[in-house]
Design a protein around this ligand. Structure first.
Ligand code: GCU
Length: 655
């Protein structure tokens, strides 16, 4: 187990089929070349035999072919042929994905499942890096950036390994800098850095990955002395056209721009009384001649709120800002929408924009970086959450209008759509801080490739590849229960927040309550929760039926989201028959017990694990336990003090 290689640590295997040691390569190209290199590297490490690579076909070999007629972009077929195997890709990327799949089957002992035909379901499978050029990572919990150090771009072995890791899980687009584009990063699209950015683009290109940058909407002001960046100012538009032309001159395969505008202090079109469509289209027209795209984020809300104002609701903001623009965006614009209406909390309803927009390209944005879900100290396997989001039926065009069918392009026939994720990697030895947090990185890619795969089978696959088959059942169980456990000891029933301001780790129930960010829980001596029904902020009206009525009705609202939608008194009964306050007490005690059990399970695995892996995760679990206890005590004490209702079971709650 060498965690510096993550899930690409090829260990020796028993099975030594003769065919493995001959690779017939009946196609070519730079991505095919990467596939061949990966195959040889892997087989040599696994079997000890040197692989012979030949342009000839043959009976006892593994052969690589291209067949553009295979259905589905970048799909692949793997089957037996003669005494060997044949891997056919629809494209070069298809060949590469096929090779990675084949190696996975060999490593997990699943070659018997052949033949198989597979391919990426989501057209775009994007990683968003929130890396800054000073080397820091916004919301990074695993060291510093491996892209930048002291404003220099690093292109080294780790970047190469990164590209391999990404390709192995099907990622085909990477945004190399933080959505908050600071001063120096604004220059990434200029000659100051373009040649080095090109090195990245070339490296990624060898693995079928396109490179994108986040751009500063005010770049014409910061870089070229303009006194405005009004998207309808022809000179501003012209500047972007020239800038794009130059970028493509240097990097013909450049993917395009990701933009955070009019959000948390970032510049945008609102300053000039223009719409987000004006802003996005202006950039899109600069990129269109070269096939580039604009990915425009919908994370736009008023971050200067007054806590006494109960009508303004941050949850409403994305929908209110964008729904009126449906159909106004150019074809090469995609809106990137966070999974929920707030901000990556442990539990949120699905953003109503997915059920609202019908004539706009959409990407679902999730956060692998565990900003609000334990910061890669606490174990929180996020696949079950993402599955629920993808499976949510928006009812936008009748039953079965799931988020999955919207972002895979099926429902509205869109080509530019898919998933994007804020990645959780850094320059830590094991890439993700907590060794087990890499299951989320791996799982995200696998899910975007094939959302039919269950969270559990992805957990199994990752565990078998990284920790070995012996611990597969137990670690899979730990992973599968971890989201629910985290939810139990943190903020209850969908209300979210209650975290330490700014850092977002650990409890501070009122930390954000009287602040300007629009993240309120509204607890008082009688109860807590936000009334988002028509009698309150009216947020529930943003959903299609039946959700609109379901969420607005206290008796029908899914209980895990109860406090997100309703203000509930402490002594009101939930479906379980428990009062709200007793539910809060119970789940918080349970959450801690579950972490204790998890730590004990891990202790028992010690003999089956490499000592360094065991030790690193043990240390994380100890910190998680301390965190869970602190959450339990702070939450229970806070609500006990507010309502004065004691725990029925008489457990210790601090007074
Ligand atoms: C969160 C996060 C910020 C980030 C923002 C975003 O609010 O805390 O660090 O910039 O999301 O998604 O843009």
């Amino acid at each position: 187990m060498d965690f510096s290689k993550c899930w690409l640590d090829y260990q020796p295997i028993e099975c030594k089929e003769k065919a493995f040691s001959t690779l017939s390569v009946l196609c070519d190209g730079r991505v095919v070349k990467s596939a061949v290199e990966e195959y040889c590297l892997a087989m040599e490490a696994m079997t000890g035999a040197v692989v012979e690579v030949t342009p000839e076909g043959g009976r006892e070999c593994v052969s690589l072919r291209l067949d553009a007629a295979l259905s589905g972009a970048d799909s692949y077929e793997i089957c037996r042929e003669g005494d060997g195997y044949r891997i056919t890709g629809q494209s070069e990327s298809g060949v590469l994905y096929g090779v990675f799949e084949f190696l996975r089957l060999v490593r997990t002992g699943h070659l018997a499942s052949l033949p198989l035909v597979n391919g990426p379901e989501m057209p775009l499978r994007i990683m968003n890096h929130w890396d800054n050029m000073d080397g820091s990572i916004e919301r990074g919990y695993s060291g510093n950036s491996f892209f930048y150090r002291d404003y220099e771009i690093l292109c080294d072995e780790r970047t190469e390994q990164y590209a391999r890791l990404m390709a192995s899980i099907g990622i085909n687009a990477v945004v190399i800098n933080n959505v908050n584009v600071h001063q120096r990063e604004t220059y990434l699209i200029t000659d100051t850095y373009l040649e080095q950015v090109k090195e990245y683009a070339d490296l990624f290109g060898r693995y079928g990955i396109r490179l994108y940058t986040s751009v500063n909407f005010a770049a014409p002001m910061e870089l070229a002395g303009f006194d405005n960046c009004d998207p309808l100012n022809p000179e501003v538009a012209q500047w972007w056209k020239e800038t794009a032309a130059h970028i493509y001159e240097v990097i013909p395969e450049f993917g395009g721009f990701l933009v955070k505008a009019d959000s948390e202090g970032r510049p945008g079109p609102f300053t000039y009384d223009r719409t987000h469509a004006d802003g996005a289209n202006m950039l899109a027209r600069a990129l269109a001649p070269y096939g580039g795209i604009v990915i425009w984020r919908c994370f736009v809300y008023n971050c200067g709120q007054d806590w006494r104002d109960k009508k303004t609701d941050r949850a409403r903001a994305a929908y209110d800002n964008f729904i009126g623009l449906d159909g106004c965006f150019d074809d090469n614009v995609i809106l990137q929408i966070k999974n929920g209406p707030m901000d990556f909390q442990v539990r949120e309803p699905v953003s109503p924009l997915f059920g609202g927009l019908k004539k706009t390209n959409m990407i679902l944005e999730v956060e692998i970086a565990q900003e609000y879900t334990g910061q890669q100290i606490d174990l929180c396997y996020l696949l079950p959450m993402w599955r629920e989001i993808l499976d949510f039926d928006t009812c936008a065009a009748g039953e079965g209008s799931t988020v999955r069918r919207i972002v895979n392009g099926e429902l509205y026939g869109q080509k530019l759509c898919g998933m994007a994720a804020v990645i959780n990697t850094g320059d830590d030895y094991n890439w993700t801080g907590n060794d087990l947090a890499a299951a989320n990185t791996y799982g995200y890619g696998r899910l975007a490739m094939n959302p039919s795969q269950s969270s559990e089978s992805i957990a199994r696959e990752w565990t078998a590849l990284t920790l070995g088959g012996e611990v597969e059942d137990t670690v899979t169980q730990m992973l599968m229960g971890s989201w629910s456990t985290y939810e139990k000891y943190t903020s209850p029933l969908g209300i979210g927040w209650m975290v330490t301001p700014h850092y977002h780790y650990g409890p501070d129930v009122d930390g954000y309550e009287y602040d300007r960010w629009g993240t309120y829980h509204r607890a008082d001596w009688r109860g807590l929760g936000v009334d988002r029904t028509p009698a309150g902020t009216g947020y529930t009206d943003q959903y299609n039926e039946p959700w609109r009525s379901v969420y607005a009705d206290r008796t029908k609202c899914p209980e895990e989201l109860l406090l997100f939608f309703h203000y509930v008194r402490y002594n009101e009964k939930l479906r379980s028959g428990k009062t709200l306050i007793q539910h809060i007490y119970d789940t918080h005690f349970e959450g801690v017990e579950e972490v204790e059990a998890m730590a004990e399970t891990w202790r028992q695995l010690a003999p089956k694990l490499a000592p360094d892996v065991y030790g690193r995760v043990k240390e994380r679990l100890e910190r998680q336990l301390a965190n869970a206890r602190e959450w339990r005590d702070r939450i229970n004490t806070y609500f006990y003090r507010k309502c004065g209702i004691p725990d029925e079971k008489g457990r210790k709650i601090y007074e």
